[in-house]
Every structure is written in C-alpha cells, then in structure tokens.
Write a new protein. Structure first.
Ligand code: IMP
Ligand code: MG
Length: 176
C-alpha cells in the first residue's frame, strides 16, 4: 500500500491566512498582554507561526491532553496529560488548537480553564470541522479555515504521529 498526500491548503494559503488572523488578534488585544496556551502536540506549529506575527506582548504556556489513541476516531474521553506551568488567573488567555472536530477536547479544556478565573478566555484554531461538532457550546473566536469532514495532516497534525512537519494541510489518500 502506498500513501499519497493531496494538498488541501497550500503553505502559502496557510501563511497568508495566519497573517490575517494575527492582524485581527493584534487589533483586538491592543494595550493588553496576551497569554497563549498551546495544546501539545498538534498546535505547536500553528502557535509558533501565529506568535511570530503578534505585536502585542506575549507569554506562552503549554498543556497536553489526549482524546485520540492511534486511530482517527475520537474516543470521547479527554485526559489531561500535562498541565500548565503557570496560573492563568486574571490573564487574557488565548487557547490555541490545531483542529476542532467533535469539540470534546475543547469543551473539556475551556471548562477547566474557566474554573481558574482568567480575565478573558478565547479560542483560536487553525482548522475547524463544524459538521462534526457534538459540543455546540464550543465557540471559536478565531478560525483560519473551515473544512469539510476530512482527516487531514500537516501543520502540526498527525496520523499515527506522522506528517506533523508537512508545511501544508494535506489529506491522506492510500491506493492499494
Ligand atoms: P475533538 O476533541 O474531537 O474536537 O478532536 C480534537 C483533536 O483531535 C485535535 O486536537 C486533533 O489532535 C485531533 N484531530 C481531529 N481531527 C483531526 C484530523 O483531521 N487530523 C489530525 N488530527 C485530528
Ligand atoms: Mg490536538
């Protein structure tokens, strides 16, 4: 079986769109300090690209949770694997995700973080698959691209831990 990866969103398109979203965030947070929370591992690449384009003062922290095993279908159970290093109380927090699918992960994380009393809490994602949403309470404040129900890789997203480093968003196609 050979694996082919079809480009869904090119590196240039991704980069242009992150420029736009960063400009909007810079405007919205003028005069404030922004605390970015990167959800490991998938949003590492997007967080870095976004952060480089921000002109407001930025601090960063990282957390990790698991909801997927090695397959491509959500198990629906979210587990906190690595918590934040710093408290978020009183801070303007922007949670950064690679892709929102059912919304399971974000529903869990938003509740967890809200309980820690940040001044503000917003959500930014590279990709959103709205047709897959189960948790409709998850509201996305900044979204680079909405896509249909496809399993994608690249820009931090993986399939069995592979393809995270691809600089574009791709769809895995296998021909047997
Ligand atoms: P949710 O909890 O169902 O919203 O799934 C969110 C997480 O599942 C994301 O942070 C990704 O790690 C993973 N995920 C969902 N869809 C995809 C995909 O198309 N490719 C790679 N990972 C995905
Ligand atoms: Mg993820």
């Amino acid at each position: 079986m050979s694996v082919k990866i079809r480009t869904l969103i090119s590196e240039e398109e991704v980069s242009r769109r992150i420029d736009e979203i960063a400009a909007k965030i810079n405007q919205d947070y003028q005069g404030k300090e922004l605390h970015l929370i990167c959800i490991l591992k998938g949003s590492v690449f997007f967080t870095a690209e976004l952060a480089k384009r921000l002109t407001v003062p930025v601090t960063m922290d990282f957390m990790s949770c698991s909801s997927y095993g090695s397959g491509t279908v959500s198990k629906g159970i979210v587990k906190l694997v690595k918590d934040l290093d710093e408290p978020v109380e009183g801070r303007d927090v922007l949670l950064i995700e690679d892709i929102i699918d059912s919304g399971n992960t974000l529903a869990y994380l938003m509740e967890l973080l809200k309980g820690r009393k940040p001044a503000t809490l917003k959500l930014c994602t590279l990709l959103d698959k709205p047709s897959r949403r189960v948790h409709h309470e998850v509201k996305v404040d900044y979204c680079c691209f909405e896509i249909e129900d496809l399993f994608v890789v690249g820009c931090g997203m993986d399939m069995d831990q592979k393809y995270r480093n691809l600089p574009f968003v791709g769809v895995v196609e296998s021909d047997e």
